[in-house]
Design a protein around this ligand. Sequence first.
Ligand SMILES: Cc1ncc(COP(=O)(O)O)c(C=O)c1O
Length: 488
Amino acid sequence: MGKIDGSKYIVASITLNLILIINLCVSGKWKLSWSSQAAIEAETVAAISCSGHGRAFLDGLVLDGKQPICECNSCYQGSDCSNFIPGCAANVDGYVPFLLVQHAASSAVVVAGWHRMSYKFNDHTFISQELERLIRKVHDIVGNAVTDNRFIVFGAGSTQILSAAVYALSADNASSPARVLTSNPYYPLYKMQTELFASVNFEYQGDTSLWKNSSDAGTNMIEFVTSPNNPDGQLNKAVLHGPYAKAIYDRAYYWPHFTPIPAPADEDVMMFTLSKLTGHAGSRFGWAVIKDEAVFQRMTKHIGVTSIGVSRDGQLRALKLLKVVLEREGKEIFEFGYETMKTRWEKLVKALSLSKRFSLQDIEPQFCTFFQKLRQLSPAYAWLKCEREEEKDCYAVHKAANIIGHEGSVFGAEDRYIRLSMIGTQDEYDLLIDRLNKLVSEEVGAKTMRRMQPSCSLLKISKKNFTTCNIEILRQYYLPSYISISIS
Ligand SMILES: Cc1ncc(COP(=O)(O)O)c(C=O)c1O
C-alpha cells in the first residue's frame, strides 16, 4: 500500500463536486444542505478504483494529510493494488463478504451528527421498532423462520447473542452448572466464549454425543446446534431431548444463497446475523428469535448490562440494508448470492473431480421453498478431507501448495480435514482454484488430465462419480435443469 495517484484523486473530486452542484442548483428539485459535504467525501473515496483488487475507505489511513489509501486484497500490493505478488499464498481461511457491494446507491446511509445520541429510543427500549418490523418481514418473504408471536432481541453480531442465550438458558440458583455442549465439527467460538465467561451457572463440557443418554439426569444441558453448520454446511438437528435439554439454534447461514430452505425454522431460540445475510460483518448486527418471554427477558437483561444495547448507528445501517434485501421480495439479492456461490462450487467440484486424494463434504440436494426448486451445493465453506492414509495433516498438505485454510482440529475434528472459505474475495477464490488445479494435476498427471477431460470428465457430487457417459443420470438426479453442463 502506498500513495495514491494525486492527480486522479483531484480529477475525481472536482468531477463529483461539479455533478453534485449541477444536480443541486440546476435541477432545482431538492437542495442538499448539511449532507452535501459528507456526500462528496463519501463519493470521492468510493471513486478510488484500487484496480479492482482493493478498496479505499473514508476511515482508512490517510497519507500526507490527503486522501485515504487503497487497502489491497491479499496477494496484491502497490498504491493502486495493481501489483500481484507472485508465489503469494491463497489465504482462504477468512471471510470477506461479497454480497451487496453492487447496491451502492440503495444501501448508502447518511447519518446526521445528532442521530440517536441518547442511550434509549423514545419507547425506553434500545431496539428500533422499525428494524424489528423489517426483520420479521424478511423472515416472512424468505420463509426461513417463524416470527409470529415470537420475541426478538438484537446483539452486537450474533457473537453477543451467543453468550446472552447461554446466560438466559442457565438457571441462577441451580445445584450444578448447566452443561454447554457442541457437536463435532463445531464453530469454535461457542467453546471459546463459554470458557471465557464460565460461571457458577454454566460451563463448557465438550461433545454432545457424550451426554446423549443422560439428558434426564437433572442437570440442564445447553446444546449449540448450527444449522447449516460451520464448517461443513449440514442442516444439523438437536441431539439431546428431554426436560433438561435446551438448544440454541445458530441459523447464521440459513439463507437461500447458502442452503435450501426446506421449511421455516421454529425452534425455541434461533440466532441470525447480518454478517451472513448481506455480508456486513463489520456492522456487528445480529438478532435472536425467541419463543419464551422469560428467556427473552433474560437475554435482554444480559445485552443491556453488557452493552446497553446495540449501537444505534449500527441499527440504522442494518435497517437500510434490510430494505435493500426486501427489494423485489428478496429475489435480487438471493438470486445473485446463490448464483455466485453455485458458480464457485461448480468450479471447486470440477477442480477436484479427478482427485482421489481429496474429497468434499457430502450434502444431499433438497427442495428449496424460496426458489421453488431442487437446490445445489452452495455452502459458505468447503470441508475438505485428505484421503491418503499418510496425509494426516491436511493443513500442511495445502500449505505446501500455497493454500492457507483452517485446520480441522480448530472445529473439534481430525486434522485430516481442512476448511476452505468460499466467501472470500474473488481474487482469493480465483487463486484457490488455480492452486487446487495445480495440486490435482500433479496427483493425476498432466497426461491423465488431458486424456480424461475431453471425453470423459468426472464430476464428483455427493461422493458419487459421474462421467460424461452417464451425464444424463447426473442431469436427472443431481443438477436442476437451469444448470447447463458443457463438456468439451
Ligand atoms: C456459525 C456462526 N455463528 C455465528 C457467527 C458470528 O457471526 P457475527 O458476525 O454475527 O458475530 C459466525 C461467524 O462466522 C458463524 O460462522
